[in-house]
Ligand binder design. Structure first.
Ligand code: PLP
Length: 384
């Protein structure tokens, strides 16, 4: 058998810190390596495979669409794209009626920044410390980490601390085009925003003509126990950015816009954005999430998962933070060795910063698999 690890090491332009694992197959919440070893996947492709790996409904939609029409640029109308847009308008907050389709989360952020500047005629963007919105230069300007080596980024950017209304009040001024925030910071350590903070942010934005952009790229499509986390906060953004789970594993991103966003005809675009293949996969994934009430599963199983983790009372755990099936276990120590030990136990998990283990399993994960992960965590983190 070819040594795929060696091949990637030889040919990949290095950007990722790698794990010693070659994944070749997935089904539901399980993935297998090239030697046939099985793992419970609490990474889900970093929050992508919410409907499970190799979901039959998504596979069938991809196969069917691949035989009909794969590419169709935005300059033409398309049946599948139209259907996806209507579906997204139906399931997102009622004020979000327009959709821009792209191919990833960072592209959704880029588009939202451009639409905000174009729509308001203002330059400044405000986002949150520990926030993550993507790695291309515009999105990186709104991202708190990974930026130093790439400055200067877009000028006039301000960061404010999460859940600090006073600092937000000071930062939003007449030059501010938009405020971008995650309702539960994912990469930043699974940190939920407080309801009062988000509601006040909405009021301040409205008062000052600042557009509120909510990044639901990680929190959306049932992950936090509602179709979108903003439902849990009772807040409607002016724009919502989407990606990850939207395509059931196929790359796709979207910006949902309210009628207050000025049309940007001829000012933005993407060759692949809204291609029928990704749209067909997304329709199948979204339907699956709805029909199987995966938001409800995330709500119930997330609470159960948390209870099991807390029951272990490990002395290295500082705090468990959880919103649906987005779970952060903050440790008193660095997480890297624990992630490696978990892998040896057959569990794949993510870091979120140096001291947080992040679990983002498929929303279809069965309870017995949750119990296996909790038991593995208990062994690795040491029960008291
Ligand atoms: N926004 C959030 C909240 C994310 O979690 C991510 C990716 O992790 C992004 C944006 C960027 O998405 P992508 O990696 O598809 O560019």
């Amino acid at each position: 058998m070819a040594d795929f690890m060696k091949l990637e090491q030889q040919f990949a332009f290095e950007v990722y810190p790698k794990r010693e694992l070659v994944l070749t197959r997935g089904e539901g919440a399980a993935v297998w390596d090239d030697r046939g070893n099985e793992y419970i996947d609490c990474t889900a492709g970093i929050g992508v495979a919410s409907v499970g790996h190799a979901n039959p409904a998504v596979a069938e939609a991809i196969e069917k669409q691949a035989r009909v029409l794969v590419t169709c640029p935005g300059i033409f109308y398309n049946d599948v794209r139209a259907a996806l847009m209507a579906k997204l308008a139906e399931i997102t907050p009622p004020n979000l009626n327009r959709v821009f389709l792209c191919n990833s989360g960072t592209e959704a952020t880029e588009a939202a920044i451009k639409f905000a500047r174009w729509s308001t005629g203002r330059q400044k963007i405000v986002s949150l410390m520990r926030g993550f919105h993507g790695r291309t230069l515009g999105a990186l300007s709104a991202t708190f980490k990974y930026r130093d080596e790439f400055e200067p980024l877009i000028p006039g950017h301000g960061f404010v601390p999460l859940n600090d209304v006073e600092k937000l009040d000071q930062a939003l001024d007449e030059d501010t085009a938009c405020l971008i925030l995650e309702l539960v910071q994912g990469e930043g350590g699974v940190r939920p925003a407080q309801i009062e903070y988000v509601r006040r942010a909405r009021e301040l934005c409205t008062e000052r003509g600042v557009l509120l952009v909510i990044d639901e790229i990680q929190t959306g499509f049932g992950r936090c126990g509602a179709m979108f986390a903003c439902e849990l906060y009772g807040v409607q953004p002016d724009m919502m950015t989407l990606a990850k789970a939207l395509g059931g594993g196929v790359p796709i991103g979207a910006v949902m816009c309210s009628d207050t966003i000025r049309s940007a005809a001829g000012k933005h675009g993407s060759t692949f954005g809204g291609n029928p293949l990704a749209c067909a996969a997304a329709i199948a994934a979204v339907r699956y999430i709805e029909e199987h009430d995966l938001a409800g599963s995330a709500r119930e199983n997330g609470a159960y998962f948390r209870e099991l983790i807390e029951r272990s009372q490990s002395s290295v755990i500082r705090e468990v933070r959880q919103s649906g099936l987005m779970i952060g276990i903050e440790l008193k120590q660095r997480v890297k060795p624990y992630l490696i030990e978990l892998m040896a136990e057959g569990v794949l998990a993510l870091p979120a910063g140096p001291t947080v283990i992040r679990l983002l399993p498929p929303l279809t994960i069965p309870r017995d698999r949750i119990e296996c992960v909790a038991a593995a965590l208990g062994r690795v983190l040491g029960e008291r």
